[in-house]
Design a protein around this ligand. Structure first.
Ligand code: NAG
Length: 141
């Protein structure tokens, strides 16, 4: 592959990853739940790092990992639309038709890269997803 193509590809990657946000599955799907070194209490610290949710000099404040496959989450896109609480008007949001297994990660006060520290909370709860063309692209708070 020549240099021009390489640069073009890098540019496209940059645009897709950073302009429109990381893909939903990368930000939010972890199924089955990953094993992390050092014990499950370190789950959030490790996963936030693995999934590149630490960038531009800041620790991402909140993120949810869903322990279900993407197809299960995509099914929720077919349920009736409800207003989104935390995103632009471009999206329609949809309540999950059943509870799902999730881990919520909350940044600890004052934590800074490169070692972002998180509190974790495991639960089985409903979620609300924002969809575009039938695919989940946003997890509503
Ligand atoms: C969707 O979920 C929210 C939050 O749990 C709830 O308040 C709302 O009534 C639900 N809407 C529908 C149509 O199920």
């Amino acid at each position: 592959m020549n240099l021009t193509w390489t640069l073009l590809l890098l540019l496209l990657l940059e645009l897709t990853v950073f302009a429109s946000g990381l893909p939903f599955s990368r930000r939010h799907i972890d199924n089955p739940r990953s094993w992390v070194p050092g014990g499950q209490h370190r789950y959030c610290d490790v996963m936030m790092r693995r999934r590149w949710l630490i960038h531009r000099g800041r620790c991402k404040q909140i993120n949810t990992f869903i322990h279900e496959d993407l197809a299960t989450i995509a099914d929720f896109c077919t349920s009736p639309a409800v207003p989104c609480t935390s995103s632009g008007s471009l999206l329609s949001c949809h309540n999950s038709s059943h509870d799902v297994s999730v881990t919520d990660c909350f940044a600890k006060a004052g934590t800074r890269p490169p070692y972002c520290h998180y509190q974790k909370k495991d639960s089985i709860r409903p979620i609300c997803v924002g969809c575009k063309n039938g695919a989940p692209v946003h997890l509503d708070s």
